[in-house]
Each structure stands twice: as C-alpha cells, then as structure tokens.
Design a protein around this ligand. Sequence first.
Ligand SMILES: *Cc1c(COP(=O)(O)O)cnc(C)c1O
Length: 424
Amino acid sequence: MSLFEEAKKYIPGGVNSPVRAFGSVGGEPVFISKGKGSKIYDVKGKEYIDYVCSWGPLIVGHSNERIVSRLKEVIENGTSFGAPTELEIELAKLVVEYVPSIEMVRMVNSGTEAVMSAIRLARAYTDRKKIVKFEGCYHGHSDSLLVKAGSGALTFNQPSSPGVPDEFAKLTLIADYNDIESVKKLFKENKDEIAAVIIEPVAGNMGVVLPKGNFLKELESVCKNEGTLLIFDEIITGFRLAKGGAQEYFGIDPDITTLGKIIGGGLPVGAYGGKKEIMEMISPVGPVYQAGTLSGNPLAMAAGIETLKILGEEGFYDKLREKSNKLWEGFRENCNKLGLKFAFNCIESMGSLFFKEGVVESFADAVESDTKLYATFFHKMLAKGINLAPSQFEAMFVSSSHSEEDIDKTIKIHYEVLKEMFGN
Ligand SMILES: *Cc1c(COP(=O)(O)O)cnc(C)c1O
C-alpha cells in the first residue's frame, strides 16, 4: 500500500491541506522526507529543486542553518509558556521597523486567523458589517472569506463553500481585481455599509496577477473617501516583494496589514498590524476579543526573527531579484524559441506561467488557462526533479538558497519539457 493510500484511511483525502493531494494534476502526491537549502527529498531519496518553498514561507530555503541553530537554543528552554517572552517583543519590533504602515502588531498562528481577526477589528472600528473582497483572491478559510476564493478553493472549483451560512456570505461583496469601477459600484449600492476592502496587493492565489496602473492607488483613495478600512493581505507579498512588502513596493498606506508565511520562517505564525489607534481596539486594551493559547510561541517567534534578520541584511533583495529575473528571463526565452505565446507573470521572486495565450490581468483571464496542459507540464517537470505547485492557480517562489546552477538547470529542463509538449 502506498503512503497516500494509507494516509487516506486516517486523514480526509490523505492530506491536511487540499491542494497537496494533487487533485487538479492527477496522480499521487510525493511524500517528502527532508529539505535542505533549495532542495527537497522524497521518501525514496529522489532530489527535487523546490519552487514551492512550503507555499511561500521559505524565502531563505529549507532548514537554514541560522534558523535551525536559533531554534535549538530556544527549544532547550521550553516550547511554550502561555506568558509573555522577550522573543515576542523582538519579532514585533522587526515587523514595525520593516512594514511602513504597521505601528502595532498582534501575533496569531496562521494566515487564516490573522485575516479573520483583521476583519473583526475592521467591523468593530467602523461599526459596519459588509466587506469587499476580489474574486480569485484567497484570504484563508474563515467563513466571511470563503466566498469566490482562490487557491485550493479555485483549484477544486469550490470557490464558495457549503457550511458558510448565506447570512454570512451575503455580507461579503465581490469586486473584480484590477477593475476599480466594480469597486465604486459596490460602494454606490452599499453606501456607509462597507467596513473594509481586503485585497492581495499582488494576487498570488489565482496564479500571479499584477495590479495594473493606478489600481491600488485608486483603491486607497476610494477607501479613504468612504470611511472604509483598506486591508492589505500581505501573507504572500509581505517580506517577499521587499522588506516592507507590497505597500513599500507600490507606496500605499493600508489601514490594516495581515502577515503570514515568511513571518514564521517555516513555523506556524500569522500576524495582523496597523495604526495604533485601530490596533488598540483589541483586547485587553479595547473591546475586540481575540486570543490564542500558542500565539507568540517561542519557537515560532525565533524562526521568524532569524528569517527577518537575514532579510534585513544589505543587498538581500537585490541578490534575490537578480536570481529570480534570470529564471524568469530564461522561461520567456524558452517560450520565444518554441514560438509559444503563453502568459507569464512575475514580480521579484514570485511568478506564474499560465497556459493561456496573451495576457493575464484579471480573474477572468486566469481561469481561461488550460489546466490540463498545466497538469502535463507539472508532472514532466516533477519527473525531471523540479518541484512546482500542483495547481495552475498558484505562484512559484525563488529563495535565496537557489544557486546559479539550480537556475540554469531549471531553465534547461523547462525548455526540454515545453519542447516535448509543443515542439515539432
Ligand atoms: C496562504 C494565504 C492565507 C492563509 O494563510 P494560512 O496560514 O494558510 O491560513 C491568507 N491570505 C493569503 C494571501 C495567502 O496566500
């Protein structure tokens, strides 16, 4: 019996998060036994160059020596106290220093929890009920946000989920990414009722889709005029596009920011932060309740601190960009050489190849992609030792541990695979 067969006996679908099950690409998921730097190894010992990077967190690669040694130090002194520790101050200080709009931050255990709490806070702060999200953006699986969602929800064609009462779902209004008119229309129809607009400033959960022109700036000003909070879900883009995330990159000042993934350096952490005036509405200072037995866990804080310190080193993002651009250029050249016109979106160290000709600038464009071609591409890459996300609607991530050799090898294999699929 395969590990997957065995897992399916005890765990729904054999996995603890749906996309891992390979549902949209077919076949059985690879079980991983270890990771080091840019590489992961399956239980049979096969090596892969990894561009999933745990779906984003591992911007410095697998089992980074500094993170591992800090974790060892911390673990000797206990794993959880349910009482404040200095580590929590250290990570909070780094977050406030790095992310321009964050004056105060609260740690939680996952991105889902961060966003759920941020929405509650925005509703309390504005005393309004409705929120606006964009079709194809994913903000975790809390009830209010599992409406026309991306990521696994999109991969499995279940963008909205049974079990979310209509009464909740109808408080979540849906706009189109990169279409400011669709946002303005919702504000007109729901005057003084919208607590917050939440957005992935660069969409990463319908594949990578970049904000066009002044879209984010206009969104910022619409929110300001309407007394609505702008929530940047930077769970992917935070510490990925730049030290200060997408808000630094694009020069936007959101009211609340949600963080996850990289902030935990591979351990379970999420966070939400913003202006002091808003954040002080949270218990125990204010009336908005939010708590967590393991929140601010010492191991999780230590991994986050070491990761953020590495990101803060001179030239970190320049080197990562250079490496990423080499890979993206290589991919584009391969397509050109083969006369393929597929859309390829990238920014800094995140990118997506869409099996759709022309451009992908919206959710409607993204879902025109040929997911069967993606499945073939994915399996051919995997067989040759390149690990990509098992879904068309996800990003690939480059880490600082990817070497020149990894990049060259990946470009070469990418060419071979596309040639096998489309060459004549
Ligand atoms: C991954 C992700 C989340 C959810 O985070 P979890 O830690 O998986 O709960 C929320 N928003 C965005 C943009 C994400 O990419």
